[in-house]
Design a protein around this ligand. Structure first.
Ligand code: ADP
Length: 314
């Protein structure tokens, strides 16, 4: 997290936001606030309400109740003014396929009323930041998925935003492209830009976020720094147990879970054992020659699965 400018106010404050579509309450009394210079991650499974929350914050979706202040402006009333000070990386790249990389940045910059001379000056630095200096005159159709995402990030910075909103910035990218996006986001935060991103990648949130919120069914279920959320919501140790047991791991859990003071969750043929103290469990497992196990510290994914369940979402 960057040192906040003295007197800097929160770039985004959402209080008691409600959004309904028909009978469904998609965002349900949600409050959050992004501090100046911090990276805040909104985590949730598909359909949790993350994109709707971002769209409400930008004034693109009308809420049913609640207050939103974006860069000091009330939204939706003054959303247009607020959006001039915000950069947005949408979930799906919407670059103009008929233009080159440079032209995409300039056309977008003109939309913000930035003059031609300023844009000409800014464009090379933005392309270099995105690792696309060598693609300045390339057309969008000739770019890889990672390049398009990087160009979308550069485009979101054309107006030098106070707050950058990113909707699943690394979905669909290969590991190399993800790491580059992460480095760039860290750099922006270090330079003082505030960031709000949505993701369902726990490692992304754990690496980038100063604070995060886990949401599902339109509600925030946990919030804090990644460490705080792990400490508050789950046992510190996880032992994943798998292997041959008569009648499978469910039978092993029934026989041994409670006596060993273990909270167990079954997923396929693996028992996830959550414990405060591993001594008794590990001593027991050491004697079971047909079982294998992996002992590791609890992480954000464990909390996420505990709070949002292991059922598939689509
Ligand atoms: P997330 O970004 O967490 O995947 P969304 O905010 O996109 O979740 O969606 C939350 C819920 O709202 C989903 O059930 C989705 O189908 C529903 N939803 C989103 N937009 C609309 C819309 N325009 N009309 C009706 N339902 C919608």
């Amino acid at each position: 997290m960057a040192a906040a400018r003295p007197g800097a106010s929160s770039p985004l404050e959402i209080a008691r936001l409600v959004k309904r579509y028909g009978e469904q309450t998609v965002v349900n009394d949600l409050s959050l606030s992004v501090a100046p210079g911090e990276c805040f991650a909104l985590l949730g499974p598909n359909g949790a309400g993350k994109t709707t929350t971002l769209r409400c914050a930008l004034g693109l979706t009308m809420p049913d109740a609640g207050q939103i202040t974006l860069c000091g402006e009330p939204v939706p009333e003054r959303a247009r003014e607020a959006r001039r000070r915000v950069g947005v990386v949408p979930q799906f790249d919407n670059l103009d396929p008929d233009f080159t990389c440079t032209e995409n940045l300039r056309v977008f910059g003109r939309y913000f009323g930035i003059d031609t001379a300023t844009l000409r000056e800014r464009t090379p630095a933005l392309l270099a930041f995105a690792g696309l200096a060598h693609k300045a005159d390339a057309r969008i159709q000739d770019l890889s998925g990672g390049m398009k995402r990087r160009l979308t990030l550069a485009r979101a910075l054309v107006n030098r935003p106070e707050l950058l909103l990113l909707d699943e910035p690394s979905t669909g990218l290969d590991p190399q492209a993800r790491h580059l996006i992460w480095r760039r986001l860290k750099q922006l935060v270090a330079e003082g830009t505030s960031v709000l991103l949505t993701t369902h990648f726990m490692d992304e949130a754990e690496r980038l976020a100063d604070r995060l919120a886990i949401m599902d069914n339109g509600r925030i279920l946990a919030t804090g720094s990644p460490r705080e959320v792990i400490a508050a919501h789950i046992e510190p140790h996880v032992v994943e147990v798998y292997g041959d047991w008569p009648d499978g791991m469910a039978a092993w859990v029934c026989t041994h879970g409670e006596p060993l003071s273990v909270r167990c969750e079954l997923s396929g043929d693996t028992a996830f054992c959550y414990v405060d103290d591993t001594a008794a469990l590990l001593a027991h497992l050491a004697q079971q020659t047909t079982l294998r196990y992996l002992h590791r510290p609890a992480n954000l994914e464990d909390v996420f699965l505990k709070l949002t369940g292991r059922d598939l979402r689509d």
